[in-house]
Write a protein that binds this ligand. Sequence first.
Ligand code: SAH
Length: 390
Amino acid sequence: MVDVGKVRISPRGLARLKSGHVWVYRSDVMSADNIPPGSLVTVVDQRGKPLGTALYSSSSQIAIRMLSREPVSDFPALLRQRIADAITYRDTFVRDSNAYRVVFSEADFIPGLVVDRYNDILSVQVLTQAIDAEPVRETVISELVSRVAPASVIERVDPRVRELETLPARSSSLVHGEKTATTFTMNGVQFYFEGREGQKTGAFLDQRENYAAAAHYAHGEALDVFCYQGGFALHLAPRCSQLTGVDSSRPALEVADRNAALNGREIDWIEANAFDLLKDYAVSGHFYDTIVLDPPAFAKTKRDLDSALRGYKELNLRALKMLRRGGILVTCSCSYHVSESSFLEMLASAGLDARRNLRLLEIRGQAKDHPILLNIPETAYLKCVIAHVS
Ligand code: SAH
């Protein structure tokens, strides 16, 4: 990949870069003539002064993702170095797990690349035109293979991302080795990982440290709502007398059940719409000592914020009413658009309506292998609040 041209950006784009951000939106691109999709470009200000080197997308709203404030003469060498740095960071900070995010896009200074490790299998996601280029893929895979020595590398494709980036359709497949399934361990709990084509599953690795934290407080009868493959439930089980997991996805619950057997745990799994189930349970007078709420992102865009907050409030209100005095609420949001402060405000208001007192035990975020860059607010998205409820 060679540096083929210059992209001129507006003063607003410049201000964004000066604030330490690495994105420039298309509306702030003043000229990008004859620049092929996914090229390495020099970004210049209105007067032509160079601002650094970036990856260019011809179709995404995020037209520019900065790579460096300096000229980049050898992109493959830079990529290799950044992958090595990302691995060193995990070697330093990840504990008690052989499953974690190895590379997290902008947060590891490789915009558009996500790599997860599940024991001896790596799962790679390509999110931009630049990272999709064949020579870039080859560099990434060869560096990962030589540094991590996995049994295999599987590419996980999100068709919607490829559409947005106007990249040709591609299916998920093995890109190195043969192995498609394995087991991995986090905090002493074992999980299956199944990477075979058509039934791509992974874990919510960003919750790893929150599982351990929640287990610390959990007790009595527990309900894990939006349990997926049982991440919270399996961690809470040793502390609780009884555990129930709820999810609307049958395939997720089937893996959850296999995970429970792998760990010698008995957990009841219920396939249901969580909103309906909590409503029914409230009417029929079910009570719990510990409730986990970990719904999917309700606010995918800023416009969804109000309805997302209403959704969170409804769920939290119902859960609070179902908790016995002295109970523990573990409540999460993975919507970047819902800030920590608005999430806490929502929770306070749910507490008022439910006539419950909440004492904050912990306000947590994503695990350290999902780094937060202070100058890129979008890298911080997960909230996990643990509260004592009386
Ligand atoms: N707590 C899980 C991750 C949850 S992800 C873990 O730590 O691994 C969100 C989950 O919500 C998904 O498994 C999805 O199937 C489920 N889901 C989405 N909408 C739902 C609904 N209305 N009712 C129940 N489950 C739902």
